[in-house]
Design a protein around this ligand. Structure first.
Ligand SMILES: *[C@@H]1O[C@H](CO)[C@@H](O)[C@H](O)[C@H]1NC(C)=O
Ligand SMILES: *[C@@H]1O[C@H](CO)[C@@H](O)[C@H](O)[C@H]1NC(C)=O
Length: 426
C-alpha cells in the first residue's frame, strides 16, 4: 500500500521489501515462523531478489524540467499542507546513479519502479517531454549496465491531475484512450530494455481509497462514507466505475503490446494487486462465507475478470446495477490479458459476517462486502507482521485463479522509522 513516506523509510523499504520471481515455485520450502535466518542458498538459484519504489516517493523534482502535477501531488499538498510531500523526496531524479550504486551494494537482481506519467507526458496527453524521456532512459540504462533487471509500473496512484480535472480521470471511459497512448509511448521508448510491465498498481486499493472513503488520491467520496473531508464524488458507484475503466485500460494496453511490440520485444504485461489472507473470527459458516465474500470483493474484483472475464458472482449480487457490465467483446479481451500478477501482501484480515449491511438502502463498496473487516496490521505493536501468511496466500491464488505466473512485488514489514534488525522478533 502506498503511504506518504519520508526518505529514510524509503531507504529502509529498499532494503527490506523484496520481490521474487517464482518460475517453478516449490511451496512449503519457504518460510516458517520458527526459523530466524535465511540466505540466498535457501532459495532456488533462479530466484530474483529485488526492491521497489514509486515515482512520487523517490523522484522529487516535482516542478522541474516540464513535469506537471499528478493527483498524488495535489493530495499531498492538500492533506499535509506543505509539511510532507514529494516535491524533493529522495531526489532520485538527480541522484539515480547513487541509488543504482546502493542497489548494487545491496545485491539486488531487480528493481521495481514506476514512471511518472505527468513527467513523461505533461498533462497526460500530447507531446512527449524530452527531459522526462531522457531521465527514464538514463535510469534504465544505468540499471541495465549494472546488471539490474527493471520492472516498470505505469500508474501508481499518480494520474496526471489535468486528466482528473478534465473528465474525472478513472471514472470516465475516456481514460482508456489516454492510458493506452501513454503505454504506447513507454513500450516504444523503453521496451527494448524493459521486459516486465505492470499497467496499474493495486487497482483495488486505489479505487476504495480514492473513490469510496476518499482517503487516498484523488480523494473522492460522498457522505456518509468519507473517512476524511474528501472532494465530491459518489462512494456508491465510483469505486466500481474506476476499477471497470482500469480493467479496460489494462486490457487495451496489453492488447496493444501483443499486437505491436511483443514479437520484437518479448516482454510481459501484468497488473499488481493488494492481497491478504482472510481469517474468519468465529468458526461459523457465516464467517467463513463472509471471508470468501471479502476476498471476492477485494481480490476477485480484479482477478476474476482477468482470468474468467467477469466480476465475482457475490459482487454482482450485492452491488446490483451499480457494478458496470462488460460487453461480451470486452469480457473476451480482458480474459487472459495479464501475463502475470504482481502480488502485494503484508498482513491478514479478520472477518466476521455483517449481512445486515445489505438492508441499508444507501450503500458503498465497503457495505456491499457485508462483513466487518479487522486489518491485522499492528498485531506486533507498530510492526505489521504476518509475512509467513504469504505462503498460504500464494497457494490460494494458485488454486483460485488457475496458477497464474506471480511476482511477489511487495511484502514484509510496515515501518514508520528506522529500526535495528535485532528489534524484529518474529
Ligand atoms: C450516486 O449515483 C447514484 C446512481 O447514479 C445516484 O442514485 C446517487 O444519488 C448518487 N449519489 C450522490 C451522493 O451523488
Ligand atoms: C486476528 O486474529 C488473529 C488470530 O486469531 C489474532 O491473533 C489477532 O489478534 C486478530 N487481530 C485483530 C486485529 O483482531
Amino acid at each position: 500500500m502506498m503511504e506518504p513516506k519520508t526518505c529514510s523509510s524509503i531507504i529502509l523499504a529498499l532494503n527490506l521489501i523484496t520481490f521474487f520471481l517464482l518460475p517453478n515455485f516449490a511451496f512449503g520450502t519457504l518460510l516458517s515462523a520458527d526459523e530466524s535466518y535465511y540466505s540466498r542458498d535457501d532459495f532456488p538459484h533462479d530466484f530474483i531478489f529485488g526492491s521497489a519504489t514509486t515515482a512520487y516517493q523517490v523522484e522529487g523534482a516535482a516542478n522541474e524540467d516540464g513535469r506537471t502535477p499528478s493527483i498524488w501531488d495535489t493530495f499531498a499538498h492538500d492533506v499535509f499542507e506543505g509539511t510532507e510531500n514529494g516535491d524533493v523526496a529522495c531526489d532520485g531524479y538527480h541522484k539515480y546513479k547513487e541509488d543504482v550504486k546502493l542497489m548494487v551494494e545491496t545485491g539486488l537482481d531487480a528493481y521495481r519502479f514506476s514512471i511518472s506519467w505527468s513527467r513523461l507526458i505533461p498533462n497526460g496527453r500530447g507531446p512527449v517531454n524530452p527531459q522526462g524521456l531522457e531521465y527514464y532512459n538514463n535510469l534504465i540504462n544505468e540499471l541495465i549496465s549494472n546488471g539490474i533487471q527493471p520492472h516498470v509500473t505505469l500508474h501508481n496512484f499518480d494520474l496526471p491531475q489535468a486528466l482528473d480535472d478534465e473528465y474525472g480521470g478513472w471514472v470516465s471511459s475516456k481514460i482508456v484512450r489516454d492510458f493506452t497512448n501513454y503505454a504506447d509511448v513507454c513500450f516504444r521508448e523503453f521496451g527494448d530494455r524493459v521486459l516486465y510491465w505492470t499497467t496499474i498498481n493495486e487497482p483495488n486499493v486505489f479505487a476504495t481509497g480514492g473513490y469510496d472513503t476518499g482517503s487516498t488520491p484523488p480523494r473522492r467520496c460522498s457522505p456518509p462514507f468519507c473517512i476524511s473531508t474528501g472532494n465530491k464524488g459518489n462512494s456508491t458507484i465510483e469505486p466500481y466505475l474506476a476499477v471497470h475503466n482500469i480493467l479496460l485500460s489494462h486490457s487495451s494496453a496489453a492488447r496493444l503490446y501483443k499486437r505491436k511490440y511483443k514479437e520484437n520485444q518479448h516482454g510481459f504485461v501484468g497488473i499488481s494487486i493488494f492481497t491478504f489472507g482472510c481469517h474468519p473470527i468465529r468458526n461459523t459458516e457465516q464467517d467463513k462465507v463472509a471471508c470468501q465474500r471479502a476476498y471476492d470483493h477485494m481480490v476477485g474484483w480484479i482477478l476474476e475478470p482477468l482470468v474468467r472475464g467477469d466480476y465475482p458472482v457475490s459482487m454482482k449480487r450485492n452491488a446490483g446495477s451499480r457494478i458496470p457490465v462488460f460487453t461480451s467483446r470486452e469480457s473476451e479481451q480482458i480474459k487472459g490479458s495479464a501475463d502475470f500478477i504482481g502480488v502485494i501482501h503484508y498482513y491478514n484480515i479478520n472477518v466476521t459476517d455483517n449481512s445486515d449491511a445489505l438492508n441499508n438502502h444507501m450503500r458503498d463498496f465497503n457495505m456491499d462486502i457485508a462483513a466487518v473487516l479487522n486489518f491485522d496490521l499492528f498485531s506486533n505493536e507498530e510492526i505489521a507482521v504476518t509475512p509467513w501468511k504469504l505462503v498460504e496466500e500464494l497457494k490460494k491464488l494458485k488454486l483460485l485463479y488457475g496458477n497464474p505466473p506471480l511476482f511477489i512485488y511487495e511484502n514484509g514489514l510496515s515501518l514508520s522509522e528506522m529500526i535495528e534488525l535485532h528489534q524484529l522478533h518474529y
